[in-house]
Design a protein around this ligand. Structure first.
Ligand code: FES
Length: 156
C-alpha cells in the first residue's frame, strides 16, 4: 500500500465510510488518486484494490468502463469533446476539427508541451445546448469554433 500517500488513504477511507459496502466507493477512490496524480497507474490500481477488498482486475475493469478515470498519463488539462447524438446532429465535428488543427493532436493524444489531452466523451448532459465540451471541470455549451481560441487561452 506504500504507493498511496497518507492523505490519499485518509480521503479514500472517508469515501468508504459514506457507503454501505466498500466496493461502492471504488469510483470515488479512483477519483481521489486521479486528483492527486492526474491519472491512475497500475500500481495505484493495485493499492486502491487492496483498500477496497477488490482484485486489481475487478477494479481495473471498473476504471476502464468509467471513462473519466484516466489509465494513462494526461496533459495538465483534459478536453472532453461530446460526440453523442445531439452534438453529432449539430455538427460537433467542426469543434473537433478546429481543436485538432489548432492543437495538432487527435483524440487520445497530448500536446507536446503537456498542456492539453483531447478525448471523446459520451453525452455531457446538456443536449439542448449542443455542441458541448468540457475542459477539466468546466462545461462549455452552444459552441462555435470561433469561440475556442478564447476558451483555450484560459488554460495555461
Ligand atoms: S449529446 Fe452532447 S451534450 Fe448530450
Amino acid at each position: 500500500m506504500e504507493n498511496l500517500t497518507a492523505e490519499e488513504i485518509e480521503k479514500i477511507e472517508h469515501e468508504i465510510s459514506l457507503v454501505p459496502v466498500k466496493k461502492a466507493a471504488c469510483i470515488e477512490a479512483l477519483k481521489v488518486v486521479q486528483q492527486h496524480r492526474g491519472w491512475v497507474s497500475d500500481e495505484s490500481i493495485k493499492a486502491v484494490a487492496d483498500l477496497m477488498d477488490m482484485s486489481p482486475a475487478e477494479l481495473d475493469s471498473v476504471a476502464t468502463f468509467y471513462n473519466l478515470i484516466f489509465r494513462q498519463p494526461v496533459g495538465r488539462h483534459v478536453i472532453l469533446v461530446c460526440d453523442s447524438i445531439s452534438c453529432w446532429v449539430v455538427g460537433y465535428e467542426n469543434i473537433r476539427e478546429y481543436l485538432t488543427a489548432k492543437l495538432g493532436i487527435q483524440y487520445g493524444q497530448t500536446t507536446p508541451d503537456g498542456r492539453f489531452t483531447m478525448l471523446p466523451n459520451v453525452c455531457l448532459g446538456c443536449c439542448d445546448h449542443a455542441p458541448a465540451l468540457m475542459i477539466d471541470n468546466d462545461l462549455y455549451k452552444d459552441l462555435e469554433p470561433n469561440q475556442l481560441d478564447e476558451i483555450l487561452n484560459k488554460y495555461a
